[in-house]
Design a protein around this ligand. Structure first.
Ligand code: G3P
Length: 214
């Protein structure tokens, strides 16, 4: 399973990269806004730091505008994956990007039928928003499971990128289902490391080590 960090914060990307387990980064307009910095600056720093796929989102809502942004973003580096919302214009733009060899991450997916449209348009990734589905009482992992089943039925190559993951149980379930990628905030990656028995066991080993004669 690939791990992407869901952030536009450079310090978080540096920290997660240092662990040697980071495969890529996903951003969105809200995450960029949270940094309080200009998109161009944030984008340049992320691309200088990350070798793996970096999802950068278009903000136009019409097909022509999306394609202008997608083509410009794709020029920024080989790691760029253009993030496109799941609307009719977005699917049209995704299909054109596929023809032009531009990698895409179709975002704001809340149903398996939407994911089917993204796969038909040749999206590189589909991002079902698990946490936001859970928020409205619609179990997000059921949608991830449906998408994987449908993609498997037809051999679609679109990768399922489980997004809006809020806690370790989300990561566990996404991995059990076989989602290709999990994108998560750094807090969730940090939580994956944690187990009280590990802390307790380490404290005991270190205490015993003090008793070993020199
Ligand atoms: O990857 C999508 C993610 O950024 C949305 O997460 O927690 O805002 O629903 P959240």
């Amino acid at each position: 399973m690939k791990f992407f960090l869901d952030t536009a914060d450079i310090d978080e990307i540096r920290a997660a990269s240092a662990w040697g387990i980071l495969d890529g980064v996903t951003t969105n307009p809200s995450l960029v806004a949270k940094t309080g910095r200009r998109f161009d600056d944030v984008k340049a720093e992320i691309l200088a730091l990350v070798d793996g796929p970096v999802s950068l989102e278009v903000t136009a809502t019409d097909y022509e505008g999306m394609m202008r942004e997608a083509r410009a973003l794709a020029q920024e580096g080989p790691q760029v994956v253009v993030k496109i919302p799941l609307t009719p214009a977005g699917i049209q733009a995704t299909a054109t990007c596929t023809k032009e060899g531009i990698r895409t991450n179709v975002t704001l997916c809340f149903s398996a039928n939407q994911a089917l449209l993204a796969a038909k348009a040749g999206a590189t990734y589909i991002s079902p928003f698990v946490g936001r589905m859970d928020d409205i009482g619609n179990p997000g992992m059921d949608v991830v499971s449906d998408i994987l089943e449908i993609y498997n039925n037809y051999g679609y190559e679109t990768q399922v990128l489980a997004a809006s993951l809020r806690h370790p149980a989300h990561v566990l379930e996404a991995a059990r289902l076989g989602a290709h990628v999990a994108t998560m905030p750094i807090k969730v990656i940090e939580q994956l490391f944690k187990h009280p028995m590990t802390d307790l066991g380490l404290a005991r080993f270190l205490a015993d080590w003090q008793k070993v004669p020199e």
